[in-house]
Write a protein that binds this ligand. Structure first.
Ligand code: FMN
Length: 331
């Protein structure tokens, strides 16, 4: 999950390694039959990793990372962030709750380490951008503007001090201001990753599109928590966290469908609870152009490639959908 090994907290890598229990096979490369195009960028297949759930050092041993549609990185901040205290995760029915807190080594490290390593391996890279203020986001985007990143994904679910501590993803005006500012800084294809923790997702999506983004991705995690019944206290040190995994699959689908009904032409990347080609296909029918696989990778690091292969097979018998995808449209 883009976290660095020298940071002492419960690491993202340990989550991945615990999940696969040493039983994961190394996957041989695959000839993809069905590609897609998102905001002018060709994806070798419609499946990428979801931010925060892929780490090159943990996953690169199991598959050729250039095989994926894209690799979406852990959130990158202007300076190193240590993340939240442990415990940072809790299991939940058909999913998990996490409050990793965007631990990452910062944009300068990213530019000389993770990004060149991913590009050298032939990956198409979506750089996820994190910030606690509008200025934070601007600093990261400025440094990424001339980088080799193929796309930027702006995570607007982070608490934002420019917006009274609330995430800008919950307020259309604040979101429009932030994105219009970032849009003016770079021509790189820009995705805004929407938060589901809102009353009206369509209003928020319109604000992002009006500010000039090229694509939307949704959903990020939903706010949740677990309690330890012996102590009566929250399990996660941060108390609340974000819920992900199969439990949020129908919720993500519903969000994607509503945004697609309202915005027929904007490229959409569907996220939430995807762990099979069938579930990815449902997102495409809901109106997504592509998908990202998140928590499933923490159980099996090869999950995104497996989902992509299953989807490739399913698209063989759906030529109309495959043709639309190849042209960058599913609606
Ligand atoms: C451990 C963990 C870390 C995450 N870190 C990020 C992050 O840095 N930036 C971001 O935009 N989303 C982050 N997410 C959210 C995922 O990218 C995804 O939107 C969410 O988990 C829903 O998809 P899923 O059900 O397939 O996991 C994280 C999720 C998990 C489980």
């Amino acid at each position: 999950m883009g976290c660095v090994n020298h940071m002492k907290e419960e690491s993202c890598e340990s989550l991945v390694m615990n999940g696969q229990n040493g039983q994961t096979d190394v996957l041989e490369p695959h000839e993809w039959r069905h590609k897609t195009i998102v905001a002018g960028v060709e994806w070798k297949n419609p499946v990428g990793t979801a931010s925060g759930t892929f780490q090159l050092d943990a996953c690169g041993d199991y598959y050729d990372v250039s095989q994926l549609g894209v690799i979406c990185t852990k959130g990158v901040s202007p300076v190193p962030w240590e993340g939240n205290p442990a415990p940072r995760t809790a299991e939940s029915p058909a999913g998990m709750v996490n409050a990793v807190g965007l631990q990452n080594p910062g944009v300068d490290h990213y530019l000389v380490d993770e990004l060149p390593r991913l590009k050298k391996l032939g990956a198409t890279v979506v750089t996820n951008v994190a910030g606690h203020s509008d200025e934070d986001y601007a600093q990261v985007v400025e440094k990424l503007a001339d980088s080799s990143a193929d796309m930027l994904e702006i995570n607007v679910s982070c608490p934002n001090v420019s917006h009274g501590g609330m995430s800008v993803g919950t307020d259309p005006k604040a979101l429009h201001r932030l994105i219009a500012n970032l849009r003016a800084m770079t021509d790189k294809p820009m995705i805004v990753k929407l938060s589901p923790n809102v009353t009206d997702i369509v209003e928020i999506a319109h604000a992002a599109v009006d500010a000039g983004v090229d694509a939307l991705s949704l959903i990020n995690t939903l706010v949740g928590m677990r309690f330890d019944i012996e102590t009566g206290k929250p399990i996660i040190a941060n108390r609340t966290g974000g819920v992900s995994g199969p439990a949020i699959f129908p919720i993500g689908l519903g969000f994607v469908w509503r945004v697609r009904q309202a915005l027929p032409t904007i490229p959409i990347i569907g996220i939430g609870g995807i762990d099979s080609g069938e579930k990815a296909l449902e997102y495409l029918y809901a109106g997504a152009n592509a998908v990202e696989v998140g928590a499933a990778s923490l159980i099996d690091p090869t999950a995104p490639v497996r989902v992509a292969r299953e989807l490739d097979d399913l698209l063989d018998s759906r030529p109309d959908l495959a043709a639309k995808l190849a042209n960058g449209q599913t609606w």
